[in-house]
Design a protein around this ligand. Structure first.
Ligand SMILES: Nc1ncnc2c1ncn2[C@@H]1O[C@H](COP(=O)(O)OP(=O)(O)O)[C@@H](O)[C@H]1O
Ligand SMILES: [Mg+2]
Length: 378
């Protein structure tokens, strides 16, 4: 399904009550295109009223999954259930959904008011109802002062808000958004995130929002479903994903700065991480480790850097530094490896500085080096 030519697509089932959110279940959902297995056994419960983000790298099956929720693609296996009804073959217009796509197409010869009310008017909804709902939705989206403007008199962010208004005015039970902000610049994208959170709070509609941007997902989601290669890898709230990644892939994908991975050789109650860096292995970690080789994940935020040697530290040299506003990201050469650490700008080191690194076992992930699944914390 191409996104290019698609308008904000609003449909509704007139037999259902407007805006009545439903619980949605995906049970072993599959999509095989000719020669490509795009979605592989996705099980997912979407709770009515939540803002669920589907997050994953390009090509992982997010749009295909969204299109199956919309009825624009038919699953080749499994079931999609709205409330207590299997909807696998139900066409979009009978699903009480509205969609917003990445590339918005509005009617340039119509003004904002006419664009917002377009779908309702074609459905012969009473004029006074259209007018009333248009004004209400425009208010929610901050479009009231520009209702009579033509689309070409609006900025990119304003157009995106009209596209959202156009979908919301239908009061859908399910609101689907496919990378709606990706064509906007960084500042506008941040602004739209806050607006979406606010809109979701006001309209209380179930929303499924697709993005490849983990920062965007973390910022707006009630829960995030992370996809990779057609599979749902982990489902949880944003903090859950950050603090309890199920495997090395999630640990690498979630987080503003790339996590450090170290190969550890456990021996008795010690573990060797780098040449010249052997630490005592706490009993509760040891108890979770089977086999001698494990993978440690240490987020840059939790790799301590100090000027003086201290208990359990390894010496290193500051290789590069990037000032990131309130934080500084360092690459530090220690034991022939470059480790990343993010510190506050209040303790600034410069390239070439001799420093000492340490970690806190309370903030370390241990992964099985065969399965790559997290074994610690349990
Ligand atoms: N109609 C199609 N025919 C064949 N392959 C497709 C079709 N649509 C999507 N795909 C493939 O399925 C995979 C997932 O696509 P998509 O769901 O669009 O990914 P995402 O939205 O996560 O970037 C991609 O490899 C894509 O090329
Ligand atoms: Mg996509």
């Amino acid at each position: 399904m191409s996104q290019q030519s698609t308008l904000t697509h609003a449909t509704g089932n007139r037999h259902q009550r407007d805006g009545q959110p439903v619980d949605i279940q995906l049970r072993g959902v599959e999509k095989r295109f000719e020669g490509f297995h795009a979605v592989r056994g996705v099980d997912l419960d979407i709770t009515s009223g939540e803002l669920l983000v589907l997050l994953g790298p390009s090509g992982c099956g997010k749009t295909t999954t969204l299109n199956m929720l919309a009825g624009l693609e038919t699953p080749t296996g499994g079931q999609i259930i709205f409330g207590d009804k299997i909807v696998n073959h139900l066409p979009p217009e009978e699903r009480d959904i509205a969609m917003v796509f990445q590339s918005i197409a509005l009617y340039p010869h119509l003004n904002v008011r006419e664009n917002i009310g377009f779908a309702l008017r074609t459905q012969k909804v009473d004029r006074s109802v259209v007018a009333e709902r248009t004004v209400e939705v425009a208010g929610i989206l901050g479009l009231t002062p520009m209702l009579d403007r033509k689309i070409n008199q609006l900025s990119g962010g304003q157009r995106q808000r009209v596209a959202i208004a156009k979908a919301l005015v239908r009061r859908p039970a399910l609101f689907l958004l496919d990378e709606p902000f990706s064509s906007l610049d960084a500042e506008l994208r941040r602004q739209m995130r806050s607006e979406l959170i606010r809109i979701h709070r006001e309209v209380e509609t179930t929303m499924v929002f697709v993005t490849h941007d983990q920062e965007e997902a973390m910022a707006i989601a009630d829960r995030i479903g992370v996809m990779n290669e057609g599979k749902l890898v982990q489902l949880g709230d944003p903090l859950d994903l950050y603090l309890r990644p199920v495997n090395t892939w999630i640990a690498r994908f979630i987080g503003a700065h790339p996590i450090n991975f170290l190969t550890g050789q456990a021996s008795g109650n010690t573990i060797s991480l780098l040449p010249g860096w052997t630490l005592e292995l706490p009993a509760e970690v040891r108890a979770r480790v089977s086999g001698d080789t494990v993978t440690l994940g240490v987020r840059p935020d939790y790799l301590q850097v100090e000027r003086a040697p201290h208990a359990g530290s390894i010496a290193g040299t500051v290789h590069t530094r990037q000032i990131l506003g309130t934080d500084v990201l360092y690459e530090i050469d220690a034991g022939d490896t470059l480790l990343r650490s993010v510190r506050s700008v209040t303790d600034v080191f410069t390239e070439g500085d001799q420093v000492h690194l340490s970690l806190d076992w309370n903030q370390v992930f241990v992964f099985d080096s065969q399965t790559e699944e997290r074994v610690y914390p349990a």
